[in-house]
Design a protein around this ligand. Sequence first.
Ligand code: AHG
Length: 366
Amino acid sequence: MHLYGYFPNNNHNCFQASIYYFCRSYQRESMNPQRKLMPLDEFTIQETRKFKAATGELSAILRDIGLACKIINKQVLKAGLVDILGQHGATNVQGEEQQKLDVFADETLINVLRSSADCAGIASEENETFIAFDDEFSMNSKYVVLFDPLDGSSNIDVNASIGTIFSVYKRVSELGKPCTEADFLQPGNKLMAAGYVIYGSSTMLVYATKLGVNGFTLEPSIGEFCLSHPNMKCSEKGKIYSINQGNTCKFDDNMKAFLDHCMEDNKEEGRPYSHRYIGSMVADMHRTLLKGGIFIYPADKKNANGKLRLQYECNPMSFIIEAAGGVSNTGKDRILDIQPTELHQRVPIFIGSKNLVEKANSYTNA
Ligand code: AHG
């Protein structure tokens, strides 16, 4: 197509032509009153209407989490500019060094959920014990929220994607009183919703209920998460394996044999598979959800239960992946069926596309 004819003075170069067309189409899109943007809030309200008994409280919690994550996102984007990077000086209950943004994210989520009227209490990966909100509204709320406020925080300094992981349970304790530890020690198969926010080249909120998984991209010009990835599915057949392969010397022989299988040359089966590992579970799982594959954090000689936490990382991700048609287990048992015994317990995890998780299990159970 000859572009010059479209410009008033016929002497623009191709670069200018591209800019012109980009601006025109952006203007058309953004000013078109017919164009339907579906913000997170509107979407969750529509979903709520599918259930006669729904009160809208779960939608309100998702909106609150979305709001907290927009505040966190703003700070993550600024992190390179202000003196907010680096160690905070304290260590969390796992003995890991906290960074300033971890603390900021943790406090933001706690404050937003505390001042909402729909959350009875929270448990955070960064805090030793849960927090029961003791005002009248909160004590009458039926949900509790668990979160890892800023997962993959060691990636902050190198500008790689990090994320917030959250999950929502209906409480089992008596309404009208403060929530109890039992509310937070429920198995993943009792989750009402779970999701994550990825702070990456764009900011996305992905959440799952039993109805399915949907992804919302933050549209910065209006400050809203808008539906961009409806009805997300994890491909049944993946070709990417994701694991900290530097730990191979600590893995058992079955685990090593599975990695050999992934690296083997086999044209019919499309091997060797590609290896990708960011070291930020949200980023590695986001790719696994979009492109298929397997993410593994196994047990090893040093850590009999692996590294990742059941309640803050493994259960929410397992709930999302299963709702998207994928599989998640410890190498043996379904993650969502594990009865937690403590708030910060760890479990090994094999999660992602059915073909790869089942193949890995055929090695781990040999
Ligand atoms: P952290 O939030 O302390 O950076 O931990 C990140 C978690 C998880 O997101 C990631 O998959 C895993 O730890 C990476 O652990 P390794 O560095 O041991 O591979």
